[in-house]
Design a protein around this ligand. Structure first.
Ligand SMILES: Cc1cc2nc3c(=O)[nH]c(=O)nc-3n(C[C@H](O)[C@H](O)[C@H](O)COP(=O)(O)O)c2cc1C
Length: 183
């Protein structure tokens, strides 16, 4: 199976990247993995012009199609997102907004191949899991309209820096077991 891991944080070597490393080393034993960081791409903001509602195409030219090609390659997608003000980081939100040509609420719309599974991992510094669930909800809402089946999620509180991930490897690997059992 092909699995795409997305670092939804603009930090390439922070706590989110550390979680992705753990997921990567677990799943690479039996799957092909692509690893991307949202900050490696040029993503312009959606202008809200809605021309994609008529054409299923965006008027802007940047790296969104390149990321979508990674989605198309993948059978499963794992978005790993920190909380930035109790939501996904702006760079990732900008990408979600630009996926409107693929959004299934209007016709015509672009389509990814059917049968993809989506997983979400949210992390935050604070202790309350409700905020992680809010981020997971944003990611799963996105999956739903892209017709990617939300298939599992994990919230990790009390993580500020990458060293905090050390003590959480068991939780992360247990989640990888779930991904493994469903792929
Ligand atoms: C701009 C910004 C906003 C943040 N907002 C929150 C927040 O609202 N709640 C929270 O629990 N942690 C918040 N954090 C902490 C991050 O979620 C946490 O440090 C995470 O581990 C960062 O991962 P990263 O280094 O991979 O980006 C924020 C961090 C930044 C940089």
């Amino acid at each position: 199976m092909n699995i795409l891991l997305i670092n939804c944080s603009p930090v390439r070597n922070g706590a989110t990247a550390e979680i992705i490393k753990t997921v990567h080393s677990f799943l690479e034993r039996s799957h092909q993995i692509h690893n991307i960081c949202i900050d490696d791409y040029e993503i312009h903001y959606c202008k809200g012009c809605r021309s994609c509602h008529q054409t299923a195409k965006c008027i802007q030219k940047d790296d969104v199609q390149t990321i979508i090609a990674e989605f198309e390659w993948a059978d499963s997608i794992v978005c790993v997102s920190p909380s930035y003000w109790a939501d996904v980081p702006g760079q990732f939100k900008a990408f979600i907004d630009r996926c409107t040509p693929w959004c299934n609420t209007h016709e015509p719309h672009e389509k990814l191949s059917a049968g993809k599974k989506g997983y979400a991992i949210a992390l935050r510094t604070g202790p309350n899991m409700r905020e992680c669930h809010r981020i997971i909800e944003s990611i799963e809402h996105f999956y739903g309209h892209m017709e990617i089946s939300p298939s599992g999620n994990l919230g990790l509180c009390s993580i500020a820096y990458k060293d905090d991930v050390d003590g959480r490897k068991q939780e992360i690997e247990a989640f990888c077991d779930l991904i493994q059992s469903l792929t």
